[in-house]
Design a binder for this molecule. Structure first.
Ligand code: SF4
Ligand code: SF4
Length: 758
């Protein structure tokens, strides 16, 4: 048996290529054991700063629309823009090379440098050069490459790949950098503070700048009409790289081309705010190379004439452009917002949630587009929480890209009789029956749950047996450490049918309901009392609610990459809901992940005509409906649900659901609870880490709990003073995570409100 590797001994490069699943799992262990505190601190700081900086932008949404439009047009007209750019660069006196592959780009750059007899090259931060593995190619030709970005310098010393697009060494704490420098350089300097470390690195880098024969930079954007480059940075090293040596080579992907310099402004506003939360980065350079000013000449050296080469690389981007899904990734401006707001990324960073070059939610599409599909395996860490969708300055639906990657990876797998039979029995679409048993199991949760609820006492007894948990772990990968909530005796629908009109406060009018309450499968089979409480709250304020049929909505299937199954389920459900939507009824959705399906994901699953009807219908979270109705009628909610009557006390810790926040349907709950007199502390985590089936999976259990630790810590902090707080959460997953992590009961806001009724 192989000896297990100590996670602390794994170098990130060893696990950069995630085409092997073991590499992904080792990378998760390594990052949790070594990097997590620094990654958390840095990404969460960027994230907080981004919220603050974008909140100050009065035209944030218009800027995002404009950015999206510029990128959409640029990618649509890319061949023409490339021709125009080539003409502009040549007219300016520069050289233009369009490399088909990474190897082409490296060879061209190496040849230029060898022609110039360059011995030392200084480099500004360039993720594209990571993609082409340029440093290795140049070093193999005897050319020394000096990374001049401080973070890249640290990584070069450590021989690691970047873990983040804009802060490549964000996984390093100051203490680890000190230890690294002490180990790699002979020095008596203390190097105990950030300032001492920076001075030390600057001294080394200054010597390289003075001696360099050439500078290699990337580019944030390139204007086709003028050949101008735009670069934003915080250290000034890129500007020196481009201006000091006589020879400047800029390497960038073809997707960086935009029509005109006038397009730069929108991105100058959005990039730093979306990345670090700064209104402007310290250095914004707009260059029109080759520069006219003479280059720097070291004392005793003759100044050489300037020369400029623009090397654009395709390396799979043209195929991405043709891809009906992956072409979206070409709009990415590499700001990092989607990483900093991603709970999983915040916990493990890009060495686990990333591949050889690209990382985070968007990284999978880039690895698949510029490498191979299996390199994108780490995109499995995208739970589809959707927090990044509203943060992306070019409005990329990142979870949808990842769900498609998952589907493509599923379809690469060999079929088997077990998978086919299991899929047929549980309702997977024929196309999805190659998916692993684990995925098919979670995608068809409703089938298992419906059977288990019919015989709930037996099901609960059986699933409590250790050998059954072991079997479930081995066959469908359900981690045996995860607590399973018991199946209820009766479903939501059964309880609803049994309710007397008095219990529900008012009599429903099935022929003209004011709202239709959707009986999502998670509440129907998991928390039926919660569903009844939601209807009771609605009716207490005067909203009639009728309960729908309980059908799978596709959420569980789409999250497993089983898109054909999700489409089938969405179409069947749409047929049930359409008569209500056509009558103008609002649909109340208790489970936020299902609300997000109806509001946005269904655009990908339904035919155009049906989606149009969904897009114009009203899908609301119950307390959203309550607040808007109460405001409209001038209803005092504190008189209906007085917190002082709550048997659980008035002190509450409330965690809203990730998709609830993305749907802008969380603040209403907080407002209602406070207006009723509850003392509410809210969580600020992006996601609890459970994320549907994610936290149940054997391979991701530790990560899920590590993500949850942020939430548990916030609860503990809120309870440091005063008595404990009642835990309240809006999503099924959040309940399960808090219940498992804190060992305490968790209520839904509607249950809390109902408890005040006596
Ligand atoms: S959807 Fe959620 S988990 Fe996926 S990349 Fe975006 S923030 Fe991360
Ligand atoms: S996908 Fe969007 S949020 Fe993520 S790095 Fe690209 S532009 Fe930024």
């Amino acid at each position: 048996m192989a000896t297990p590797v100590n996670p602390a001994d794994i170098n990130p490069r060893q696990v950069a290529n995630k085409s092997d699943k073991k590499a992904l799992l080792d990378a998760i262990r390594m990052t949790l054991s070594v990097q997590s505190p620094a990654v958390r601190r840095n990404t969460q700081t960027f994230n907080r700063n981004r919220y603050a900086a974008t909140a100050l932008l009065p035209d944030y949404n218009e800027l995002k629309d404009r950015a999206r439009q510029i990128k959409e047009n640029a990618i649509a007209n890319l061949p023409e823009l490339l021709r125009q750019l080539e003409a502009s660069v040549r007219a300016n006196g520069g050289h233009f090379y369009l490399a088909k592959t990474a190897a082409d780009a490296d060879q061209y750059i190496r040849d230029v440098l060898l022609r110039h007899e360059a011995k030392l090259v200084v480099k500004g931060k360039s993720i594209t050069s990571e993609e082409t593995k340029l440093n290795h190619a140049l070093e193999a030709a005897g050319i020394t490459v000096a990374e001049t970005d401080l973070a890249e310098f640290i990584l070069q010393v450590a021989d690691e790949q970047p873990s983040h697009i804009i802060a490549p060494a964000l996984h390093y704490s100051r203490e680890r950098i000190t230890a690294l420098f002490k180990r790699k350089f002979t020095t008596d300097l203390p190097l105990d503070t950030g300032e001492e470390l920076t001075i030390f690195a600057r001294e080394k880098l200054r010597a390289q700048f003075i001696a360099a024969d050439a500078g290699i930079s990337g580019a944030n954007l390139i204007a086709a009409d003028s050949g101008s480059l735009m670069l934003v940075e915080s250290e000034g090293n890129i500007r020196m790289t481009m201006t000091l040596p006589p020879l400047h080579i800029a390497l960038a992907g073809i997707e960086k081309v935009v029509p005109s310099r006038t397009d730069f402004g929108t991105f100058i506003e959005l990039l730093p705010r979306s990345g670090t939360g700064q209104p402007l980065t310290s250095y914004v350079s707009i260059l029109h190379p080759p520069l006219k000013a003479p280059p720097f000449a070291a004392p005793g050296k003759a100044a050489k004439p300037r020369e400029f080469h623009l090397v654009l690389i395709d390396n799979g981007r043209s195929s991405m452009r043709e891809d009906p899904v992956l072409h979206e990734a070409l709009y990415c401006i590499r700001c990092s917002a989607c990483m900093n707001c991603c709970a999983n990324f915040e916990t493990v960073g890009g060495h686990a949630f990333g591949g050889e070059t690209y990382s985070g939610g968007i990284g999978g599409s880039w690895e698949a587009g510029t490498g191979t599909l299996m390199n994108a395996r780490f995109s499995d860490l995208c739970t589809g929480c959707s927090r990044c969708v509203t943060q992306c300055p070019v409005r990329i639906d990142i979870p949808w890209l990842n769900e498609n990657l998952r589907q493509r990876m599923n379809s690469e797998l060999p079929s088997s009789a077990a998978k086919s039979v299991f899929g047929a029995m549980t309702g997977s679409a024929p196309e999805d029956r190659v998916a692993p048993l684990q995925k098919q199991f979670f995608a068809n949760y409703h089938v298992m749950a419906s059977e288990a609820t019919r015989f709930s006492s037996l099901s609960n007894a059986i699933t409590g047996l250790p050998f059954v948990r072991g079997l479930m772990e081995n066959v469908v990968g359900l981690d045996r450490r995860r607590k399973l909530p018991p199946f209820p005796k009766k479903t939501w629908q059964q309880l609803y049918r049994e309710q007397s009109p008095g219990d529900l406060a008012r009599t429903a009018k099935p022929d003209s309901p004011e709202v239709l309450m959707f009986a999502d499968v998670f509440t129907n089979y998991g928390s039926p009392e919660r569903g009844i409480a939601a209807m009771r709250v609605l009716r207490e304020v005067g909203i009639n609610a009728e309960l729908s049929a309980s059908l799978p909505d596709g959420r569980a299937a789409i999250s497993q990459g089983m898109i054909a199954t999700a489409r089938r389920q969405a179409s069947a459900l749409a047929k049930t809901l359409l008569p209500y939507l056509e009558r103008g009824s609002a649909v109340c959705v208790l489970e936020p992940s299902v609300l997000a399906m109806f509001r946005s994901d269904y655009e990908h699953l339904l035919d155009k005509a049906t989606w149009e009807k969904f897009a114009h219908a009203s899908f609301v979270e119950p307390l959203q409906a309550v607040l808007s109705f109460a405001r409209e009628r001038g209803t005092e909610l504190s008189q209906i649900f007085p917190a002082r009557e709550c048997p659980h006390g008035t002190r509450v810790f409330y965690h809203s659901h990730c998709q609830q926040r993305s749907c802008d349907a969380a603040w209403q709950t907080i407002e209602i609870l406070r207006s009723c007199g509850f003392d509410v502390v809210t969580s600020s985590v992006e996601c609890c880490g459970m994320a549907g089936s994610f936290g149940y999976k054997r391979e991701y259990y530790e990560l899920s709990m590590a993500v949850g630790e942020d939430l548990f810590a916030q609860v503990r902090a809120a309870e440091q003073q005063g008595s404990p707080r009642t835990l309240v959460a809006s999503g099924t997953s959040c309940h399960e995570q808090l219940w498992a992590g804190m060992g305490r009961e968790v209520m839904h806001p509607v249950e809390l409100l109902v408890s005040t009724l006596g």
